[in-house]
Write a protein that binds this ligand. Structure first.
Ligand code: MGD
Ligand code: MGD
Ligand code: MO
Length: 673
């Protein structure tokens, strides 16, 4: 039987991870039966993470939503009845027309983020909501402070090639849990190490990454800026700055050395960063004396009141030592390959009749409960789970519970957010739709077609917006295109980032490398054309120590809500095996902190602060230092006692640059349950 033969289809991992893996999908009778890493993909090289190795279990999970649903019970209760797509689309458009007539378009708020990173599906809602005149969402939950801090020093300079790591003699994984969150960077770091490079990691507790390096440095949460300042002080004091490189490439070094560094001696910085002065001095010396030190900067240290300043300060290290000049030396924060494709063709800002109001996704709780101006009367959520991932979960859930809020959620699963919907729409998984992907931890890119037909009646993001636009009566031909046609437009448009041969390979579905048009390690794309340690366009012209929010909160334990290898933000909780491997919503605590509170390993405890209370199983372990508690994963309410995840303890406060979330800048106290 022809339908029973197995075919192998190339696909791409759609998730929000810097690795953007190439995958092979075995398809039998319209079902994905096995997923593996593409051995011919130049970065993946056959290696997939524990989550995607069993992707078929998510795609064909019995928990998949397969039909549109209409709420029949109270908000949040999870009682729904199936309806047809026609009825669902009619109800949504009817409701929106009435709301727009009564309150204006800005009473509608879209909410989306990282369920899929494909350039078409991810951005499908932009043209629709621009046309509608809806409020705009500021998509800043992840790490915009990292970009802001980098830009303050380096401007638009593109990222260095991650492959240069192999030429480095000292690799620093700084605020990145690569063993969990970017496993190919971890593999490459280990390869370099076997060739003789030393490997350091800097984190707030002993993560799997910290346990697999030559030297692990545990810092105070939010203390890395102070560490970098202490190192810079020592580098300058000991004559290890590269004066010739500074003179030719950098502006503002003298001002920095005169006005800031004298007050940043290692003794002063030690209590701020949590490392002894001798360690700061030794790190400074070894960093400056390394031939080509490579810093891979993660997102962990950016989610603080001082996140942008921290990144800005660390970005000064390779400038002061001149590490940029040598192959393998420099710093990689993240790559921005945006200009490689004409994104304006998908985003369609020109559909906006006038610039509409912007709402921070980090402050959804405030937007739903207490926004100035027209109230938010309708929320449309797609490829995001704000009831779980957004800070200040209690405020978000209070808002979602409003009876006068019309909420539509387009999802693959009955998430915490979908439970609060008036209408739930079933979404395709990435194996069921076409898209084009580009990576944010390097320069590769790949397109893929659907590997299997949609599961149940599910539809892709693009298809749903196309349907809604037609039902709204808009006649722009734009909304009548297919996702493939949009992919083709992105690929077909020439940019200096790829030549005709690369474009042709991209068109055929092969993984390719995009290349920045200028050398990222000698052409500084700042207004002055130099690396700008002094930047007078900023409120803070020079790097200096800044405090965190949590320091002033009055709770004794710093809370780190970190990533787990067995989930991706709130995704993958549908897979029973992965959930089991996480061993429940756990809180790690140092034995001394546990003893001081009379708490024992395995006990149920409650962590609390001014925002909420969350139940955890206590894990007493020396992997976390005194004064810090750690929890990994962003759990669905249905699997945890009390129904609240860690974000009931995180706040809506923003970072110093980029208006990012400050998810790691939190403090709590813990008591027995
Ligand atoms: N398995 C898995 N992979 C993922 C994700 C996931 O949830 N699970 N999430 C994906 C997403 S959306 C992203 S943005 C990336 C993020 O990946 P990473 O860049 O690795 O960022 P995080 O995991 O948020 O934090 C990295 C580390 O920073 C540490 N940290 C926290 N505060 C500080 C600090 O003040 N200083 C220092 N030095 N370290 C600190 C945390 O303990 C954590 O171990 O990973 C992606 N990949
Ligand atoms: N406490 C804590 N909170 C965090 C983090 C943390 O580490 N700790 N990480 C933060 C970070 S870095 C980020 S980036 C955010 C991420 O927050 P989100 O972007 O909300 O990411 P996910 O939790 O993965 O939820 C994505 C949802 O999209 C759905 N989905 C997948 N594909 C599609 C599709 O094609 N169409 C539609 N309509 N739906 C789809 C999935 O089923 C899933 O429920 O969370 C942040 N929140
Ligand atoms: Mo993220």
């Amino acid at each position: 039987m022809q339908g029973m033969s197995t075919t192998i289809v190339r696909s791409v991992c759609p998730f929000d991870c810097p690795d953007t893996c190439g995958m092979l999908v075995e398809v039998n009778d319209g079902r994905a039966v096995r997923v593996s890493g593409d051995p011919d993909h130049p970065v993946t090289r056959g290696l997939l993470c524990p989550k995607m190795n069993r992707y078929e279990r998510s795609v064909h999970s019995p928990r998949r939503l397969t039909r549109p649903l209409l709420r029949t019970g109270a908000k949040g209760e999870g009682a729904f009845a199936p309806i047809t797509w026609t009825e669902a689309v009619e109800r949504i458009c009817f409701c929106w027309r009435e709301l727009v007539a009564d309150y204006g378009g800005e009473c509608i708020l879209p909410y989306s983020y990282g369920g899929t990173m494909g350039l078409v599906q991810r951005n499908s809602g932009h043209p629709f909501f621009h046309h509608m005149g809806a409020s705009r969402l500021e998509r800043t939950i992840c790490s915009p402070a990292k970009d802001a801090g980098w830009k303050q020093v380096m401007g638009e300079t593109p990222a260095m090639d991650p492959a240069e790591m192999q030429a480095s003699d000292l690799i620093i994984l700084w605020g990145i849990n690569a063993a969990a969150t970017s496993i190919h960077a971890m593999r490459d770091a280990q390869t370099a190490r076997h060739r003789g490079a030393r490997l350091w990691a800097v984190d707030t507790y002993l993560t799997p990454t910290m346990q697999a390096v030559d030297e692990a440095f545990i810092v105070r949460p939010g203390g890395d800026g102070a560490l970098a300042l202490g190192m810079l002080h020592c580098i300058v004091r000991e004559g290890l700055a590269d004066r010739a490189f500074l003179a030719a490439n950098v502006s503002g070094f003298d001002e920095f050395a005169e006005r800031v560094l004298p007050d940043c001696g290692p003794e002063r910085m030690a209590p701020l960063c949590g490392l002894p002065a001798e360690t700061i001095e030794r790190m400074a010396r070894e960093y400056a004396r390394a031939r080509a030190p490579f810093i891979r900067l993660g997102s962990g240290l950016t989610r603080y009141a001082n996140g942008a300043m921290t990144v800005r300060t660390i970005s000064c290290l390779p400038a002061v030592t001149g590490a940029w000049q040598r192959q393998g030396g420099g710093i990689l924060t993240g790559s921005s390959t945006g200009p490689a494709f004409p994104m304006h063709k998908v985003l369609r800002e020109d559909f906006m009749a006038r610039p509409t109001r912007i709402v921070s996704m980090n402050q959804l709780g405030a937007a739903l409960n207490e926004l100035d101006g027209p109230p938010v009367m309708s929320l449309y959520v797609y490829h995001s789970n704000p009831a779980a991932v957004t800070p200040d979960q209690n405020a978000v859930i209070r808002g979602l519970g409003r009876n006068d809020l019309f909420t539509v959620v387009h999802e693959r699963f009955m998430t915490d957010t979908a439970r609060y919907a008036d209408i739930v729409l079933p979404a395709t998984s990435s194996l069921e739709h076409a898209d084009l992907y580009r990576c944010y931890g390097g320069y590769h890119s790949q397109r893929c077609a659907a590997a299997i037909p949609p599961v149940g009646e599910s539809k892709s993001n693009w298809e749903v917006f196309s349907l809604l636009a037609r039902r709204m009566g808009w006649d722009e031909p734009f909304f009548r295109q297919s996702a493939e046609e949009l992919v083709e437009q992105l690929i077909g448009y020439e940019t200096p980032w790829r030549d005709a041969a690369v474009t042709e390979r991209l068109r055929r579905g092969e993984p390719v490398f995009l290349a920045p048009p200028t050398d990222p390690k000698s052409v500084w794309q700042t207004p002055s054309g130099r690396i700008e340690i002094l930047n007078e366009r900023e409120g803070e012209p020079l790097p200096r120590p800044l405090p965190t929010h949590a320091e002033g909160d009055g709770f004794p334990l710093r809370l780190q809500p970190s990533a787990t290898p067995y989930a991706l933000n709130s995704s993958f909780y549908e897979q029973d095996e992965l959930r089991t491997r996480q061993q429940g919503q756990a809180l790690m605590m140092n034995p001394l902190d546990a003893a001081a509170r009379g708490l024992a390993d395995g006990e149920q405890v409650t962590a609390y602060n001014g925002l909420g209370e969350v139940g955890f199983t206590l894990k007493v372990t020396e992997r976390v230092p005194v004064g810090t508690v750690v929890t990994e994963g962003v759990w669905w309410g249905e699997f945890v006692p009390g129904g609240r995840g860690v974000n009931a303890l995180t706040s809506q406060r923003l970072t110093d640059g980029g208006r990012g979330s400050t998810l790691y800048d939190a403090a709590v106290e813990v008591r027995g349950a």
